[in-house]
Design a protein around this ligand. Sequence first.
Ligand code: ADP
Length: 151
Amino acid sequence: MTRIALFPGSFDPFTKGHYDIVIRGLKLFDEIIVAIGQNTMKQRYFPLELMIEKINETFRDHEQIRVITYNELTATFVKKYNARFLLRGLRNTTDFEYENSIAQVNKYLNAELESVFLITSPEFAAINSSVIREVHRYEGDINVFLPYNLY
Ligand code: ADP
């Protein structure tokens, strides 16, 4: 059976930390779907279309990886793609606390779904999308944190 994992997130922007999780995830899964959640309550900083384009460009040589957007409950949405795994990254105890509660709720909503966590590689542990947005807002160069060139 094909092992399909959904890698859900805001990816605002998609960073080298996210990239590292996806590439390492390929050792575990046959297909990885990077799923950008469109939260109607949360205004994005980087346009959705731009991020789709950049993620596609980043993984153009990997046919096992694709990017989609969604606007539904992750735990049940995965069924549309026959994904039995949720891939997430863990940087620190703050991530752990958050991921732990989400994973428990997801398990309750969809008992077939397994959440799989990869510990961040140390060189990317400090990379954080909200800090990157702040640097960009004040015109700092953020390309060093990204696996593609923004402009
Ligand atoms: P969310 O809004 O769902 O937290 P993010 O786009 O911030 O979405 O993150 C998506 C996933 O990637 C989460 O599991 C998060 O912990 C993980 N992640 C974010 N930054 C890094 C990083 N630098 N290294 C490893 N994992 C990361």
